[in-house]
Design a protein. Structure first.
Length: 246
C-alpha cells in the first residue's frame, strides 16, 4: 500500500498490530520483535501517525477501520490475529463489529482499548460547559480561538496538527458500547490497574459485553503491557494459538 510506513517481520500465521494515538509502530518494537518469533507481524502506521502521511481530511473510527481493511487486502492478509493498543483498539473494535471479507480473526487482544464514553461528573460537565462557552465567545476571533483550544486541550490534542485535532474530535465523539456484543472472536483484554487514559472500568465493561471475553489486570498504567513485557508474553503465550514463544 503506497505511502504507508509499516513493519512486516517474522514468519507463520498473520498477526496484525495497531498502535495507539500519537505514536507509530516503533514505540512497540520490543513486543513486535517477540511476536515475530512466532508469527508474521504486520504493524502499519495509521494515517497521521508515525511516518505515514495524514489522511486527506479528518477521519472517524469507521474511516480508519476501512483503511485497515484495505491494507489487509493490499497485503493479502487473511483472518489475522488482531492486537491493538488504546486508539488502535478503538479501530479494531470498529473493524470487527462490521462486515469485512477476509477479516475473521482467530484471536483478538486489546491493551487498554479506547472507544467507550463515560459518565461525566458534575465537575467535568462544568469544565466542558465553560470550554464550549469560551469557544462560542471567541468564534469571531480565529487566532484567539486556536490559542484557547491549545491551552485547554489535552497534551495529545495540543501536539496534534489542525487536521489531526479534528480527527481526534471525531474519534472521541463515537461510543463503541453498542458494537461490543457484535465482536465474535475470542477476545483477551489486558489492562493496567492504574490506567488513567483508558480506566480499568472500561476494561470491565468490555469484558461484560464482548461475548466470552476475558480480562487480565496487571500492575501499571496505560503502557503497563510494555513496561512488564515478560509478564505480558506469559499471558499471550497462554491465549494465542500456535507454537509457544521461545
Amino acid at each position: 500500500m503506497e505511502g504507508v510506513n509499516e513493519l512486516v517481520a517474522g514468519s507463520g500465521a498473520p498477526l496484525l498490530f495497531l498502535h495507539g494515538w500519537g505514536v507509530g509502530h516503533d514505540s512497540y518494537l520490543p513486543l513486535l520483535e517477540r511476536l515475530a518469533e512466532t508469527y508474521t507481524v504486520y504493524a502499519p502506521d495509521l494515517p497521521g501517525f508515525g511516518k505515514t502521511p495524514e489522511p486527506p481530511e479528518p477521519w472517524d473510527a469507521k474511516r480508519y477501520a476501512d483503511f485497515v481493511a484495505a491494507y489487509c487486502g493490499a497485503r493479502g492478509i487473511t483472518d489475522p490475529i488482531c492486537l491493538g493498543h488504546s486508539n488502535g483498539g478503538r479501530v479494531l473494535l470498529t473493524l470487527l463489529s462490521r462486515e469485512h471479507p477476509g477479516i475473521s480473526p482467530p484471536r483478538v487482544v486489546l491493551f487498554g482499548a479506547a472507544g467507550l464514553k463515560r459518565q461525566k461528573s458534575l465537575k467535568t460537565c462544568l469544565k466542558v460547559y465553560t470550554f464550549k462557552l469560551g469557544k462560542l465567545l471567541l468564534k469571531p476571533f480565529p487566532k484567539a480561538l486556536e490559542r484557547y483550544r491549545a491551552k485547554r486541550g489535552s497534551a495529545d490534542y495540543r501536539a496534534a496538527s489542525p487536521l489531526m485535532k479534528a480527527t481526534m474530535t471525531k474519534l472521541l465523539a463515537s461510543d463503541l458500547a453498542p458494537a461490543l456484543p457484535r465482536i465474535k472472536a475470542p477476545t483477551l483484554l489486558i489492562w493496567g490497574e492504574g490506567d488513567t487514559a483508558s480506566p480499568l472500568a472500561d476494561g470491565k465493561t468490555m469484558e461484560q459485553n464482548i461475548p466470552g471475553a476475558g480480562l487480565a489486570v496487571i500492575p501499571g498504567g496505560h503502557w503497563s503491557f510494555m513496561e512488564r513485557l515478560p509478564h505480558t508474553m506469559r499471558i499471550l503465550d497462554a491465549f494465542l494459538p500456535g507454537k509457544k514463544f521461545p
